[in-house]
Design a binder for this molecule. Structure first.
Ligand code: ZN
Length: 275
């Protein structure tokens, strides 16, 4: 268990390292923007696929016969605790609601195709994993602006940087804002009004110190933004608008919006520019 926790910590640090994020970035937030699942979810997938490969072998295989006899012993044990790899596989199936599928298959001696099992396993594990990541993110106020969607989806800003490499540095700054690495919202704005909280929406839409620059680059966004989308953006309150923009307009990555992503990246670069 301790070893798994250590590996998970290493996994979080690797996600931060790959994205150029500081170590104080939220662990789960860094996984969301790079589109990775947790390491324990990855291990569970590998474990359950290995189990099905073993069960799909011929009954002439000694390993399969031993495995099945051990499984039957566990199924008939009336919740007695066993130790060992077979028990671990049973526990993993139970965790994802797959124990009944396993029982019925073993009892009938009929196993679904590897392809079907793989699809089912990945779907269930990823769904549970994204729920876990989403709950972990909701516990941190700094991650208020991050919208957790489905698993394995790389942030729009990384997808955009992949296609427009000159934006890599700018988009890394956007990822830092999205994960609120600078802890906006906890202090007052020393640039315009020491009585106003220096929140992300304040910097993006209200701060007097960047008014001119903001209007200049916001006009560039207006120029390339689809009409209906712009209408929706204008209707939102400032916090929702900031969230919506930072999360890549809450839709899948749309290639035709490349100019919009460019204009937004430049806008964010200048309004958040540190002196
Ligand atoms: Zn201000």
């Amino acid at each position: 268990m301790k070893r798994m926790i250590d590996l998970e910590i290493f996994h979080f640090e690797a996600a931060k390292h790959c994205q150029g994020l500081p170590t104080n970035t939220s662990n789960y937030g860094a996984l969301v923007t790079i589109g990775w699942k947790t390491l324990s979810a990855h291990c569970d997938i590998i474990r359950l696929l290995f189990m099905w490969r073993l069960l799909s072998l011929s009954m002439l295989c000694l390993y399969k016969r031993i495995f099945i006899s051990r499984l039957i012993e566990i199924f008939n044990s009336d919740n007695k605790k066993f130790i060992g790899p077979t028990q671990m596989l049973v526990e993993t199936c139970k965790k994802y609601g797959l124990l009944n599928v396993l029982k019925v298959s073993v009892m009938n001696g009929e196993y679904m195709s590897m392809c079907k099992w793989k699809k089912m396993v990945i779907e269930r594990i990823l769904m549970r994993d994204i729920k876990r990541i989403s709950i972990a993110c909701s516990l941190y106020k700094v991650l208020d602006y991050l919208h957790v969607r489905n698993a394995s989806m790389v942030s729009h800003w990384w997808q955009h940087a992949f296609r427009n490499t000159k934006y890599t540095r700018i988009n890394r700054t956007i990822i830092r804002i999205l994960l609120n690495v600078q802890r906006y919202g906890f202090n007052m704005c020393l640039k315009c009004n020491p009585e106003v909280i220096n929140s992300i929406e304040h910097v993006m839409f209200q701060c007097e110190s960047t008014k001119e620059i903001r209007e200049l680059y916001w006009n560039n966004i207006i120029r390339v933004c689809p009409g209906q989308l712009l209408k929706e953006i204008v209707k939102m309150n400032l916090k929702d608008r900031s969230k919506f923009i930072l999360n890549g307009f809450n839709s899948n990555y749309i290639h035709e919006w490349n100019d919009l992503y460019n204009a937004t990246a430049v806008f964010l670069k200048y309004v958040f520019k540190q002196d």
